[in-house]
Design a protein around this ligand. Structure first.
Ligand code: ZN
Length: 225
């Protein structure tokens, strides 16, 4: 909690789609049972993740299959995969501090709800499970395409255009987002609707929204080699 006045936070001008979205803080996500399958983390190939990124083996296979479905000249570019728990916690605290500055007096329940709209609580964090990637599209020369906002733009920074379904992005950006939906969705990945770049497979959020019912990948404590 970052204030004691008990004031009501100002409403956030989010696209109406958010009212239908399941957020990572939703109790239904935490309630999803986990059948940890102990798949190892693997390093993604350099052409897919030039800066290096580890993900669970099953997710790596699906990303490679999705990349193979793209039109000639386009590639997936993964910028982040597995994330250590300590780093996730630092991101949570940083964003929560930003929100406290925007909403003086916000209570702990509202702060967690607003924070988790954009940054996952640790216990259900898809990146900490090695089950998520942040990615974009690049051309044959490795140049990033227009997806409407930079990766990691917050709802506040982007006026909500970071939402996958944001209506006020350019036609090329919409087409590029739709391409991600097509190739990644066909391989069973699900998007987190407040971040067009975030896709996961096998985590609790995936299990809930895909209807799989049980998660395959839980949080990892070991750091990838
Ligand atoms: Zn992500």
């Amino acid at each position: 909690m970052c204030g004691t006045s008990g004031g009501v936070p100002a409403p956030f001008p989010a696209p109406s789609v958010l009212s239908m979205a399941i957020l990572l803080s939703d109790p239904r996500v935490r309630a999803v049972p986990l059948d940890e399958c102990d798949e190892p983390l693997v390093l993604l190939p350099a052409d897919l993740a030039p800066a290096g990124a580890h993900v669970r083996a099953g997710l790596a296979e699906r990303l490679l299959a999705a990349a193979g479905l793209l039109p000639d000249g386009l590639r997936l570019r993964v910028v982040e995969g597995y994330r250590a728990a300590e780093r996730q916690q630092a991101i949570i605290e940083s964003y929560a501090a930003d929100l406290c500055a925007l909403h003086p007096g916000i209570g702990p329940t509202d702060l967690e709800r607003l924070t988790s709209r954009f940054v996952s609580p640790l216990d259900v964090a898809p990146h900490v499970a090695g089950a998520a990637v942040d990615l974009t599209l690049v051309d044959a020369h490795g140049r990033e395409l227009d997806l409407g906002t930079p990766i990691d733009a917050t709802p506040e920074q982007s006026a909500g255009r970071c939402f996958l379904a944001a209506p006020d992005i350019s036609a090329p950006a919409r087409a590029h987002r739709d391409l991600l939906v097509g190739v990644l969705g066909s391989q069973g990945l699900v998007n987190y609707p407040t971040e067009w770049w975030h896709w996961s497979y096998g985590d609790r959020y995936w299990a809930l929204v895909s209807g799989a019912g049980r998660a395959l990948y839980g949080p990892l404590v070991e750091v990838a080699a």
